[in-house]
Design a protein. Structure first.
Length: 146
């Protein structure tokens, strides 16, 4: 079972959906300050709007929300793409190429999470990158007998 590439790729799909779901839910959590310093900082993050040019005035919270939503969407895109290819039994050569692209992207995502975030997104993105890498390595280059 551990040598079958489909096991690792389905495991990556599960963790991509789990990551997207957890991160999506976190977008709706209200921030609550616990002291005066946090209250002042949160007020600035939420309400101070910087002129971004061309008539755009955004707060740091707006930018943070946009980037967080993109991580959620990228996770779902990766999971849906792999699930579709696996479900349709795509040719192994195509699957290996798409998984290789996913490996590059999600190792990059893991690096960003490692440098700039905290434990849950680091662990989840690390597991996704690991399962994708194992899946890519164990995927044959082409169909047997082709």
């Amino acid at each position: 079972m551990l040598k079958r590439y489909t096991f690792w790729l389905w495991l990556a799909v599960v963790f991509l959906f789990l990551t997207g779901t957890i991160h999506g839910i976190a977008l709706f959590v209200t921030q609550t300050p616990t002291n005066d310093t946090e209250r002042q900082m949160l007020d600035l993050v939420l309400n101070y709007k910087k002129d971004m040019g061309a008539g755009f005035h955004r707060s740091l919270w707006n930018l943070f929300t946009a980037l967080s939503a993109c991580y959620t969407f990228v996770s779902f895109l990766g999971g849906l793409t792999l699930a579709f290819l696996l479900k349709k039994k795509a040719p192994v050569g195509i699957l290996k190429g798409v998984v290789g692209i996913h490996v590059i992207i999600f190792i990059g995502v893991f690096g960003v999470m490692l440098a700039f975030t905290f434990l849950p997104p680091i662990v989840l993105s690390g597991l996704v990158a690991l399962f994708l890498t194992i899946g890519w390595v164990t995927t044959p280059k082409s169909e047997l007998g082709s």
